[in-house]
Ligand binder design. Structure first.
Ligand SMILES: Cc1cc2nc3c(=O)[nH]c(=O)nc-3n(C[C@H](O)[C@H](O)[C@H](O)COP(=O)(O)OP(=O)(O)OC[C@H]3O[C@@H](n4cnc5c(N)ncnc54)[C@H](O)[C@@H]3O)c2cc1C
Ligand code: SF4
Length: 506
């Protein structure tokens, strides 16, 4: 069977689309595409079903609005409610969130893996040596390497200066990019296809090996036979307008793999009444909430030149925080500048002199996700007071780093403080303020834990073999199964676990 990417426009006139494969995978992000890479090259016939569109580089622009429309979920407006409203950022397109991510590659820290072994009994199911073997292959195939000096740009090199001056550890970020041009557009979708996100790497590779991708198609239910999962039913739908197309039915001879992400996977399972008796489905949502600090420099920084995210520090990882650079386009930077109208425009004139760095917290908070009214998604997430204290310390340390690198002013982005400060002492009132998440602009983009892996159907959704306790033939292979967050960027760990799950299926 020859491979293809099929979208609504290709099948609009058909009453129903039907296909059959050995394995049907829901989702084409880090987990789904990696599983497809392994299965197709082991000789299995694979179909992928993807809610979002296949967006070519020619459709990507440098502005955020175009990418919000084409490649982000819900135009970037998906949020969690709690004491504060937290944007929950995800991609929705072929390649999933990897198509909008910062290309930062990390392996799961061994300390996290040791927790999974000791507290959750997953050591034998997920041997670290196996994961290391897979990371080596992923590194090679996805061109993982340090951000090149030639495209570092000043937003990144200034953080290096800061770490050197303060004597804290820092490093060039390992990225899955081939011949980066340093256009700082990773979050808009790499317009030159240099980042080896799944839409550029493993999806085309699986298609070349015969996989069919049904894009703009929302998977909604499972076909079952004799108590086994034997297929997927979906419907083509324009992701922007909601206009509906034909039904899709794909029969699975061997298995169905759910790789729809830690938000959509529990929704799909709940809708199909799988894992609901575990008491943990859609619960235990964990994340790395983060916020950004802006530095104003006398000399131009020009963060629009260079790798979007090229330098980081894990020096304070044990204190649950990680720092990384993040170049922001003007329309996002604007949200962090003080003033309105003419005053905001004056501030924006300093855009070329701004550096933006972020802190992400390995939060202990646990939230939940469930179907909302009228088909929406209800996410609840609230950082604990201890998490907020980590965030406060992170903002202070990032501000110190900005000043150490030579910033004239820092815009800490903390409610109740002056919009711009000239010394870290001016942050002191933040520590006297209540530990309230509304002090900060936080976002969360790394999501885990909503369909826990474990030995018992009474307190977990997925067996250590990745198959659901409730329905043989249905496997969950994304970060929903992770028992904890990790304190580092998750894509490489998600890919490695999906790889392992696919190998076991083979
Ligand atoms: C702005 C941003 C920057 C990031 N930067 C980094 C980084 O630099 N490094 C890193 O390691 N991580 C980063 N991440 C996180 C990382 O990209 C994600 O953790 C990872 O892609 C998640 O993989 P996944 O396969 O679980 O889900 P996704 O990659 O989100 O893929 C899930 C796919 O399933 C599809 N889907 C969902 N429901 C259905 C359904 N019912 N039917 C059909 N299809 C469905 C979705 O449309 C989506 O395409 C970033 C995230 C964001 C938002
Ligand atoms: S910095 Fe530009 S060229 Fe490099 S990976 Fe990101 S978007 Fe692509």
């Amino acid at each position: 069977m020859s491979g293809a990417i099929v979208q609504l426009g290709d099948v609009r006139d058909q009453a129903q689309v039907e296909d059959a494969a050995d394995v049907v995978i829901i989702g084409t992000g880090a987990a789904g595409a990696t599983a497809a890479r392994v299965l197709t090259e082991a000789g299995l016939d694979v179909v992928l079903v993807e809610e979002g569109a296949h967006v070519g580089p020619e459709q990507l622009r440098s502005d955020m609005w175009s990418s919000f429309k084409h490649v982000w979920r819900d135009l970037g407006f998906q949020v969690a409610s709690g004491r504060a409203i937290t944007p929950i950022l995800q991609g929705r397109c072929v390649g999933g969130t990897t198509a909008i991510n910062g290309a930062i590659i990390h392996r799961m820290p061994e300390k996290i893996w040791a927790r999974w072994r000791d507290e959750f009994g997953l050591g034998a199911a997920l041997p670290y040596a196996e994961l290391e073997r897979i990371w080596q292959i992923l590194d090679r195939e996805l061109f993982v390497g340090p951000a090149p000096e030639s495209v570092l740009g000043k937003n990144n090199s200034l953080m290096r200066t800061a770490t050197e001056r303060l004597g804290i550890a820092g490093n060039l970020i390992q990225r899955n990019v081939k011949d980066c041009e340093g256009s700082a557009h990773c979050n808009q979708g790499c317009p030159t296809g240099r980042r080896q996100s799944m839409n550029v790497s493993y999806v085309p590779r699986a298609v070349a090996a015969g996989a069919r991708v049904y894009a703009t198609c929302l998977a909604s239910s499972l076909v079952t036979r004799h108590g086994r999962s034997t297929g997927v039913v979906g419907r083509f739908r324009d992701p922007l307008t909601g206009v509906r197309g034909p039904k899709l039915v794909v029969h699975a001879r061997r298995a169905v793999l759910l790789a729809a992400s830690a938000i959509q996977t529990p929704l799909f399972l709940a809708k199909n009444r799988i894992g609901v008796g575990s008491g943990v489905l859609g619960k235990r949502l964990q994340a790395h909430p983060g916020t950004a600090v802006v530095g104003v420099f006398d000399a131009p920084v020009e963060m629009y030149r260079g790798a979007t995210q090229g330098y980081e520090s894990v020096h304070y990882w044990d204190e649950r925080m990680k720092f990384e650079t993040v170049a922001m386009p003007p329309e996002l930077a604007m949200a962090r500048l003080p003033g309105l109208g003419p005053e905001l425009m004056r501030e924006l004139a300093s855009y070329a002199h701004l550096a933006v760095w972020g802190v992400q917290v390995r939060a202990e908070a646990q939230g939940s996700v469930r179907a909302g009214v009228f088909g929406g998604t209800q996410i609840e997430y609230d950082m604990t007071d201890a998490d907020i204290r980590v965030l406060k310390l992170g903002v202070r340390r990032l501000s110190e780093m900005m000043f150490a690198a030579g910033a004239r002013q820092v815009l800490p982005g903390v409610h109740g403080l002056p919009p711009a400060i000239s010394s870290v002492d001016e942050l002191a009132p933040m520590f006297d303020a209540p530990d309230d998440p509304r002090l900060f602009h936080t976002i969360a983009a790394h999501l885990f834990g909503t369909a826990l892996m474990g030995g018992s159907a009474f307190n977990s959704v997925v067996k250590p073999s990745f198959e659901t306790h409730d329905l043989p033939g249905l496997h969950v292979v994304d970060s929903s199964v992770f028992p904890t967050n990790m304190g580092v960027n998750p894509q490489h760990s998600i890919c490695a676990l999906a790889w392992l799950a696919a190998e076991r299926l083979v």
